[in-house]
Design a protein around this ligand. Structure first.
Ligand SMILES: Cc1cc2nc3c(=O)[nH]c(=O)nc-3n(C[C@H](O)[C@H](O)[C@H](O)COP(=O)(O)OP(=O)(O)OC[C@H]3O[C@@H](n4cnc5c(N)ncnc54)[C@H](O)[C@@H]3O)c2cc1C
Length: 454
């Protein structure tokens, strides 16, 4: 029998990784610190506890990237998805679960599996090399001792304890009749930045809206510290009506090609390319604690963003995540110590489903390795593959922040006009992404001996 793979953390990612390994015939030792040591958010000793909402978000596999991810995970025998389906509660088009029943089902399935050993202990430092292949899936509230050890290994600048997320916009939803590409003083390549010009009236209305916008209140233990260089945009706006126009929205070095000669915008909102594919742009300096509904309303009032599709909205939370694009290889191994894989939210994915998805892939990569096989990563045209590719290299390492799965992470569709010669948009475009993903996932599974055998 092959040696055991160790997994640290029995949350969404660690539980899914353990299941995938055990299904492939590999023994697993799962180390979970609760109830010996708790976290600030978990309240039970169960594996795969849902710390907040009971929703796995949209279950629409035709038009929604997370719904598509659900479907792909089901096809790969996901324990998290199987348990969610078994404990579903009515929630319209969303997949919501009875949280007690869900976590109990995950835990019982793992405890009942003869190849899974659960050890209730904190791993208070780096897993020792003699464990061999190990998956670290300790989540956003990784215990301090392990987090310190990871920081010592990766470099403190590669491990973040808070996120500061600026909204990310799907490039194709920006109105280029108003926006234009240009880097400040024309440095860099022509497409690094997209600019949105504001008149004085537009700028003042924007600042008013920011000041009046309803904010998310962090929990006491989150104690999100604000660093001077990274203040929420609404806090910057509180410091003075013109602070933003002299800060992240300064117009200097930028020339609106549609403005009269010699005239420049009063302020400019800049968006910077966020992924190697060039499909996503983040709003520079717009990290925010405004509620999501307020962000959509206020940011869509900016010229050029009237129909913006947000791949993710901003937020600032307590978190723990490594700079995966810099540190991990395509099979989720730490380049500096390839016996260690990372999985779940600690890799910088965001959300229950995404965390479980990266756990699923880490488990499969580790299983293939133990069996002496190569596993090709899933194609980037699938939801699994798009998220994996983003985390392990597609995202900009310099500005890396947590990310949900979205069609903005997928490679563009080949330009396929409909029968009237129009490009496909909206729901039809999403359907095309899903169709391509389905076909490519099937081909990938058929080409993998281990997957095809299950
Ligand atoms: C307060 C909060 C609210 C959230 N709300 C939502 C939400 O509503 N919806 C959503 O989709 N996502 C939410 N998230 C984000 C995220 O998706 C979840 O936290 C998700 O559970 C992450 O899965 P994971 O497996 O990476 O981590 P977790 O599910 O947190 O699992 C990590 C496990 O590792 C254990 N552990 C930690 N350190 C050690 C150690 N040293 N040794 C052994 N065990 C250890 C922990 O006890 C835990 O069981 C929230 C996050 C937080 C912090």
């Amino acid at each position: 029998m092959p040696d055991s793979v160790h997994i640290v953390g029995g949350g969404l990612a660690g539980s899914e990784a353990a299941w995938q390994l055990a299904r492939a015939g590999i023994p697993v030792v799962l180390h979970e610190m609760r109830p010996v040591r708790g976290t600030e958010a978990h309240v039970t000793a169960r594996l795969a506890e849902l710390v907040c909402s009971n929703s796995f978000r949209s279950d629409d596999a035709e038009h929604n990237a997370v719904g598509l991810l659900h479907e792909e995970m089901r096809r790969l025998g996901s324990l998290v998805m199987g348990s969610a389906d078994a404990h579903r509660v009515p929630a319209g088009g969303a997949l919501a679960v009875d949280r007690e029943g869900f976590s109990a089902a995950v835990e019982q399935a793992l405890l009942a599996h003869p190849l899974v050993t659960l050890v209730r202990e904190e791993v208070a430092g780096l897993p020792p090399p003699e464990w061999g292949s190990t998956i670290v899936a300790t989540g956003p509230l990784t215990s301090p001792a392990l987090a310190r050890a990871v920081a010592a290994l990766t470099g403190a600048e590669s491990l973040a304890f808070f996120d500061a997320i600026a909204p990310i916009v799907v490039r194709d939803s920006i109105d280029f009749a108003k926006a234009w590409y240009q880097s400040r003083y024309d440095k860099g390549s022509g497409t690094d930045y997209i600019n949105l010009p504001l008149t004085r009236d537009e700028y003042e209305a924007f600042v008013e809206a920011l000041l009046a916008g309803e904010r998310h209140l962090p929990k006491d233990w989150e104690g999100t510290p604000f660093f001077e260089g990274c203040l929420p945009i609404e806090v910057m706006a509180e410091r003075g009506r013109r602070t933003l126009a002299f800060g992240p929205m300064k117009p200097i070095g930028l020339t609106d090609p549609r403005a009269a000669p010699g005239r420049r915008a009063y302020a400019v909102a800049q968006l910077r390319q966020d992924n190697a594919l060039g499909t996503l742009y983040n709003m520079v300096g717009f990290q925010t604690m405004l509620k999501h509904g307020e962000q959509t309303r206020i940011f869509r009032a900016l010229p050029g963003l009237e129909n913006a599709e947000f791949a993710r909205l901003g937020g600032m939370h307590r978190n723990t995540f490594i700079n995966s694009p810099r540190l991990l290889d395509r099979a989720l191994r730490l380049k500096a110590r390839p016996d260690l894989r990372f999985a779940g939210q600690i890799t910088g994915c965001e959300g229950y489903v995404e965390s479980a998805c990266i756990g699923l892939l880490a488990g499969r990569f580790a299983a293939a390795e133990r069996l002496g096989r190569e596993m090709a990563p899933p194609p980037p045209t699938t939801a699994l593959g798009a998220l994996l590719a983003h985390i392990t290299g597609g995202a900009r390492a310099e500005t890396y922040q947590p990310m949900n799965v979205t069609f903005g992470l997928f490679p563009e569709l080949p330009a396929a006009p409909d029968e009237r010669g129009r490009e496909t948009h909206g729901r039809e475009r999403k359907r095309q992404f899903a169709l391509r993903a389905r076909a490519d996932l099937a081909a990938w599974m058929a080409g993998d001996a281990l997957l095809a055998a299950q």
